[in-house]
Design a binder for this molecule. Structure first.
Ligand SMILES: Nc1ncnc2c1ncn2[C@@H]1O[C@H](COP(=O)(O)OP(=O)(O)OP(=O)(O)O)[C@@H](O)[C@H]1O
Ligand SMILES: [Mg+2]
Length: 259
């Protein structure tokens, strides 16, 4: 892989659930070391993109390359071993296992015990609450703490790329901000590349370097996040700048009830 090969590249990827085409010819690149984001509203196809990358869904068409090698429709366990971890929508921690055992599950393919122990310490450094709750069942954690655990469990596989599915789901604006700050720190300090999908365009555009806008399964716009933040139509339609506080609050309440 040459220095300018993207760490991840999707070309014309199409995925469907029976007759329902969820993504329709998606092409995107994630560069080594960056935070990239895909923005889109409910049902746009964000989760489907991530599931297709990590091998949970096989695409009908198109190709996916990770570090210059084809991973299209490969087994999810194989893809994790290549250095690509997925933090699923809704966290999906193992509720009956302790916080520590959830972390160790994330490292189950690793043989370097010292490295695993160091990474447990590293994630406790990012999320100190997890150290306090290390012996407690993960199902007893709050939604935000479970999100922290899900991100930490992905880190325990020592990935080069993390796929992050709507970390803001059901969290208060304050907690969302805290989690995003740590995601940015993980990217800067560990050099982990991140592909983040979000409805919360405001948060995602502040954290990420490069962004794609997804509508009805198609990418309709892409640019640096700096430029996307400046675009008037993005401000109105995706960032809800006109009544920012009100909408942000409403969305949070809605999602909170829904969980
Ligand atoms: N298991 C499934 N079976 C049938 N259709 C599905 C399934 N999962 C998703 N879809 C459909 O595929 C489309 C894309 O869904 P997807 O979950 O990828 O959207 P999303 O952008 O992640 O939305 P959200 O923001 O609500 O999580 C939607 O029309 C959805 O109804
Ligand atoms: Mg989703």
């Amino acid at each position: 892989m040459s220095a300018d090969t993207p760490i991840l590249q999707l070309q014309n990827v199409e995925s469907a659930y029976g007759p329902i085409k969820a993504i329709r010819g998606v092409s995107l690149k994630v560069r080594q070391g960056e935070i990239a984001t895909v923005l889109g509203s409910n049902g746009a196809g964000k989760t489907t993109i991530l599931k297709t990358i990590s091998g949970i869904i096989d695409p009908r068409k198109g190709s996916i390359e990770f570090k210059g090698s084809d991973i299209t429709a490969k087994d999810p366990a194989f893809i994790v071993q290549q250095g690509l971890s997925h933090v699923p929508e809704g966290r999906e921690v193992f509720p009956l296992l302790s916080v520590r055992d959830n972390l160790l599950m994330g490292a189950y393919t690793r043989k370097d015990r010292d490295g695993v122990a160091r990474d447990v310490e590293a994630v406790f450094g990012y999320f100190p609450i997890l150290r306090e709750r290390a012996g407690q069942e993960a199902g007893l954690l709050s939604g935000g703490q479970q999100q922290m655990l899900a991100i930490s469990r992905a880190l325990m596989a020592a990935p080069q790329l993390i796929l992050l599915d709507e970390p803001s789901l059901g969290l208060s604006p304050k907690l969302t901000k805290e989690i995003f700050e740590i995601v940015v720190r993980i990217n800067r300090e560990r050099g982990t590349t991140i592909l983040l999908v979000e409805q919360n365009a405001n948060m995602a555009l502040n954290a990420a370097d490069y962004g794609y806008v997804l509508e009805n399964g198609r990418i309709v716009l892409e640019d640096t996040c700096e430029r996307l933040r400046e675009k008037e139509d993005i401000k109105e339609f995706y960032l809800g700048m006109k009544e920012e506080g009100v909408r942000g609050e409403r969305r949070w309440k809605k999602k909170k009830n829904w969980r």
